[in-house]
Design a protein around this ligand. Structure first.
Ligand code: G
Ligand code: G
Ligand code: MN
Ligand code: NA
Length: 253
């Protein structure tokens, strides 16, 4: 069983690690950004994905100090990426609803950016529709503030939650991420599913940047690019990788 105590030690013993999954331009195939994904280097169980420990982190509130840690780790790594990349990389971070609820996320972000000499314009935060359930007014207000600073806002796991489409015009959005479950449904010889077509036309209507997640095959890539997806994220191009591996990848890109 995984204990809160163990997760707390992970944080204080430096067992957390950031991985980065490149995002690729659907037309030029250049790396344009990367999503930061948290991993736990567990002393006995090996490398754990976020899905294996974030639920406990959210239940116990440890998600707050873990996200504090994430912000500084990502900024430190981004400075290294900026030194080798040919173009400015966009850094996407997942923002848990609790962190927005706490109210001082914006100040924390500004503070860490200032300390690292980074621009807010290089960042994108990924939120899920869940942020509209807990404390929607505060969440929406904070996202507006972030956006005024130049941070881009992405809606993640789009179409998998329980809420209606109504939050789409309540949230200040720049990007829509098509969830992997929809991408997985694109097979060779298939025409693109009407649900995926509908998501793409909603995004186009709202003038959003479209990112497809979980692209694993040439067919999925071709279909999504033809349908108007701007950016591709998935194992077809890259798996999430540690900082050093991304540095090497950027040098070759
Ligand atoms: O990376 P992985 O497949 O384990 O991700 C599983 C889920 O955890 C995804 O929904 C992803 O959005 C989320 N996730 C991954 N990394 C982070 C992180 O650093 N912070 C938060 N809040 N969520 C993350
Ligand atoms: O919910 P969120 O989008 O943040 O989750 C991102 C997670 O999806 C990452 O942890 C990553 O490991 C996983 N992922 C990204 N691309 C692929 C893919 O092509 N195939 C599979 N199976 N998982 C992927
Ligand atoms: Mn995400
Ligand atoms: Na997703």
């Amino acid at each position: 069983m995984m204990l809160e105590h163990e997760l707390h030690l992970a944080l204080t013993h430096g067992e957390l690690e950031m991985y980065y999954q490149p995002q690729v331009d659907a037309q030029t195939r250049q790396i344009t950004g990367t999503e930061a994904l948290m991993r736990w280097n567990h002393p006995l169980r090996g490398l754990l994905g976020a899905g294996e420990f974030l639920p406990l982190a959210e239940e116990t509130g440890l998600i707050i100090p873990m996200t504090d840690w994430l912000l500084q780790a990502v900024c430190k790594d981004l400075k290294a990426f900026n030194q080798v990349g040919k173009q400015t990389l966009r850094m996407s971070i997942n923002l848990p609803p609790q962190y927005l609820d706490r109210g001082n996320f914006v100040e924390k972000l500004q503070d860490v950016l200032r300390r690292h000499g980074l621009s807010a314009a290089q960042f994108e935060v990924e939120v899920t529709e869940n942020i509209c359930i807990r404390n929607p007014l505060n969440a929406i207000e904070q996202l507006h503030t972030l956006r005024r600073l130049g941070v881009r806002i992405a809606i993640d796991d789009f179409g998998t939650g329980y809420s209606s489409l109504s939050y789409l015009h309540k949230l200040p959005l720049d990007t829509l991420k098509i969830d992997r479950s929809f991408v997985m449904a694109i097979h060779a010889d298939d025409s693109i599913s009407p649900v995926v077509m509908a998501i793409i036309s909603v995004a186009k209507g709202l003038n959003l940047h479209l990112v497809a997640e979980g692209v694993e095959t040439e067919t999925q890539l071709r279909t999504l690019a033809q349908a108007g997806c701007h950016t591709i994220q998935g194992f077809y191009f890259f798996k999430p990788m540690p900082k050093q591996a991304l540095l090497l990848t950027l040098q070759k890109n």
